[in-house]
Ligand binder design. Sequence first.
Ligand code: ZN
Length: 203
Amino acid sequence: MSIGISQTLRLPEELKVEEVELPSDKTALIIVDMQNDFVRKEGKLCVPDAEKTIPAIKRVLEKARGSGVTVVYTQDWHGRDDPEFRIWGEHARAGTWGAEIVEELKPREDEYVVRKLRYDGFYGTSLDHILRLHNIENLVITGTVANICVLHTAGSAALRWYNVVVPVDCVSALNEFDYAAALRQITFLYRGKLTTSEKLRFK
Ligand code: ZN
């Protein structure tokens, strides 16, 4: 049975992208799940648009590295028979090629990699602890999937009163609806700001 929602939904208001400047010492860049299984076409759960976001994420990563911004990667990381496989099939199995972060965005030795079990980068991980050690107040969230792990991590961050900033060219989803819905939730519900990899600066 259909619930009768129009197939031509419109967003309640325009999503605005703005210039954003953030203090380097109080900001962390979070790169969510840019792993082979999600990014590469040979991956187990490929998001076709994710590969196209690599140059934009790299642009933000280089700005962050150049300004001394804390960089944290999340890495989906599942053991054998993880219950999530019942929803998505097997993906991001611990120790496999699919679970590795893509070569172009390879973490440096001095950067954090937080392995996570579910969509939310904070759930059952040391992410909040790491951010607090660095006195972080602002999170620039990039990666995939926009309406799944990016949105859950952004929401969980906002509930902890971190300011959330999302460069729209640095996130990807399986379709345009999911992409727009995620950005709408991030701005409307979590009071996050939208920017782009070009319009974002660290000072
Ligand atoms: Zn997973």
